[in-house]
Design a protein around this ligand. Sequence first.
Ligand SMILES: Nc1ncnc2c1ncn2[C@@H]1O[C@H](COP(=O)(O)OP(=O)(O)O)[C@@H](O)[C@H]1O
Ligand SMILES: CC(C)(COP(=O)(O)O)[C@@H](O)C(=O)NCCC(=O)O
Length: 385
Amino acid sequence: MDGDRIEEATLANSPADEISHLALDIGGSLIKMVYFSTGREEEQQQQQPIGKTQKDGRLLNGRISFLKFETSKINECLDFISSKQLRCSRGVQHSGFPASDKNIIKATGGGAFKFADLFKEKLNINLDKVEEMSSLVSGANFLLKAVPSEAFTYVNGQRNYVQIDHNDLYPYLLVNIGSGVSMIKVDGDGKFERVSGTSVGGGTFWGLGKLLTKCKSFDDLLEMSHQGNNRVIDMLVGDIYGGVDYLKIGLSSTAIASSFGKAISENKELEEYKPEDVARSLLRMISNNIGQIAYLNALRFGLKRIFFGGFFIRGHAYTMDTISVAVDFWSKGEAKAMFLRHEGFLGALGAFMNYQLVKEFPNSNPLVSDLTDNGIIDCCVQVSS
Ligand SMILES: Nc1ncnc2c1ncn2[C@@H]1O[C@H](COP(=O)(O)OP(=O)(O)O)[C@@H](O)[C@H]1O
Ligand SMILES: CC(C)(COP(=O)(O)O)[C@@H](O)C(=O)NCCC(=O)O
């Protein structure tokens, strides 16, 4: 985590950067940050759109940076913002953004409430709260419409990018797997309803996994799960049915009949299992469960497309595979699980969109890689003259 932060901080501290607008999604586990920075004035003048007057403002080139911190280490986030303050206030004049934006940050997630006083006390910054579900939806809608190849399916270890027809995007189910899980039926821009949720989410995987395997980081837990074999601990249909399928109810002998079920019949202690196998069973149990609940909600509202976001996924092959298989299995191939390249930043991006700055991404494919960690994309924003 520290490594992520430092690497990005170095990039973001480039002297050419002038941060003007910053938005936060302060969740139960992670703080996601999105900020817009411009180059220096002379650099800007060399770039095409700057100074190009539009009817309602002018276009400004810049980049959007994505960064995350652990919520339990919020001081790192405060220090980062504090280190940007001077630059930020110079940038405000420089870029032509209204000076009144200087001490206000758009923020969403529970931490926008929980830490509002801390931001005021330590940084003299007011958090302008943006509702969490609405941020997730505007972040997802924006990405699905503005970023080519944002969404993809994951089948048999293969990513297939989905071209989204803007006129045929709605309705869809957005499943955000953060600490807990929210399921939102999205019918349009600003038109949505949170239809379900479950407390068995990313926090459960990380929390239980940490207790059971003693691993030190989330990435270690994921890596362990990658190495493990869930059949060691999960009770399979074949374990119960003497190695044969139970085809009458559509279950193959290799299907999981009972997650962690073998731990009872084998009467072993935790120490006798490999942590890798425990991590694998846990990941499979939680991903399966979320996939199934998501499918049931899609069925409830007749939705064919389910987009999964949230930092739990982390672009992890086995997680995406399990969720895809669960959706495919329960829907008998009717519904499709889709994933997003900016999976973890939906809320932060949605809060950022609330500034109503972003006009366009100038490149046809501005994303060179996934944003499961930190990163930067070029963009062009419109500011009032
Ligand atoms: N570096 C990390 N540290 C902690 N959790 C992580 C990390 N990377 C991914 N995760 C997973 O992401 C979940 C948090 O997802 P996120 O979308 O940020 O939700 P929240 O808004 O609740 O913080 C964690 O519960 C964990 O499962
Ligand atoms: C309360 C929350 C919206 C907070 O969002 P998060 O920080 O987990 O991303 C989320 O944890 C949630 O939807 N939990 C599930 C609660 C339930 O429906 O049972």
